[in-house]
Design a binder for this molecule. Structure first.
Ligand code: LMR
Length: 327
């Protein structure tokens, strides 16, 4: 009897034009940087495109600046399904695959265009699906920029780094990179970098212009060396089970929205990367110091042994493929 009444009520509502709308799929997109950075803008672009293409079917919630999950937590949260999309730096995948450490090898890539070519190569593309057994699906690579060394003393030659404490991302390659010049590397979460520099917990660090400016590191560092000694890029990832469990049409539309938002983020990285440097110079708080060719060669020579150190984990072929991308 009760069931019949419910059926009657439902069909009455239907005839009056009421339709039961399924709740939208909520997609939480969490990251640790500011909205003005390439990654910040790309995340907001994804929200715009996905919601426009799937009105009422998806709702994208973007959480920048470690608001929802910081460095150490975001990967775990993705695997637990507490967040659906994150875009960690390629330096933060050491626990899931040793191969992505290739992006941390100092002076491996001449510039961001070379990084871009390697990422587009068959070897680079294969890395996107190298963690599905661990429950992680790569949706694409995203640029931030080339890293610059900074400290409160000028770092013109490798010997200038001796005994200094440097904040690094959670990467064994970056640890080895600073040890190779006598530095003392400290793995610290991104959200704690400003305070660590301000209080002297560390003397220096490395980051691209957009992160230095948007997080005001230039206010607590006297010198920023134009070292371009490595790339800081990202892999946009999702939870494999969640992604594969989406209705095929929704997944297809989300993937094209993601591709478009990543392309937009990369355009921002190429076009606006150096504008952040100009803003830092205009602020006159830190001195931006160009490096001569000889100085860069000295740093490259001092840090290059790190390639050999990680060759076994990363793979000789992969390193050669990356070097080819410089041509
Ligand atoms: C860092 O920890 O320095 C960066 O990976 C932060 C980011 O996501 O750009």
């Amino acid at each position: 009897m009760k069931f019949t009444l419910k059926l009657l009520a439902a069909s009455a509502l239907l005839s009056l034009g009421f339709t039961a709308h399924a709740a939208p799929i909520v997609i939480k997109y969490s990251h640790v940087v500011a909205d003005v950075t390439p990654k910040g803008k790309a995340a907001l672009k994804f929200k715009e495109l996905a919601e426009k293409a799937l009105p009422g079917k998806v709702e994208v919630q973007v959480f920048p600046n470690s608001q929802l999950f910081g460095d150490g937590k975001e990967m775990e949260a993705l695997l637990l399904g507490d967040v659906q999309v994150i875009a960690p730096s390629l330096a933060k995948f050491g626990k899931y695959t040793p191969k992505l450490q290739i992006f941390d090898l100092p002076f491996l890539f001449d510039d961001l265009q070379a990084v871009d070519r390697f990422q587009a190569s068959p070897e680079g593309q294969a890395l996107l699906s190298s963690m599905t057994k661990k429950g992680i699906t790569g949706l694409g690579y995203m640029h931030n920029g080339m890293k610059q060394l900074s400290a409160n003393t000028k770092l013109s030659m490798p010997a200038d780094a001796k005994g200094l404490k440097f904040r690094i991302q959670a990467s064994d390659v970056l640890e080895a990179q600073f040890k190779a010049v006598g530095g003392n590397p400290q793995k610290i979460s991104f959200s704690e970098v400003y305070q660590a520099l301000q209080t002297g917990v560390v003397d220096g660090t490395e980051n691209p212009w957009s992160n230095i400016y948007s997080k005001k590191f230039h206010e607590v560092q006297k010198y920023i060396m134009e070292s371009d000694h490595g790339a800081l890029d990202y892999m946009v990832i999702t939870n494999t089970k969640w992604w594969d469990g989406l209705p095929a049409d929704i997944r297809k539309t989300l993937k094209s929205a993601m591709d478009e938002s990543i392309a937009y983020g990369n355009k921002v990285a190429f076009q606006e990367g150096l504008e952040f440097k100009d803003k830092i110079i205009a602020d006159k708080k830190a001195e931006v110091v160009p490096m001569t060719k000889e100085q860069k060669t000295a740093w490259r020579t001092a840090m290059k042994p790190v390639w050999k150190q990680f060759e076994g984990e990363i793979g000789k072929d992969l390193i050669s493929a990356a070097e080819r991308a410089n041509k």
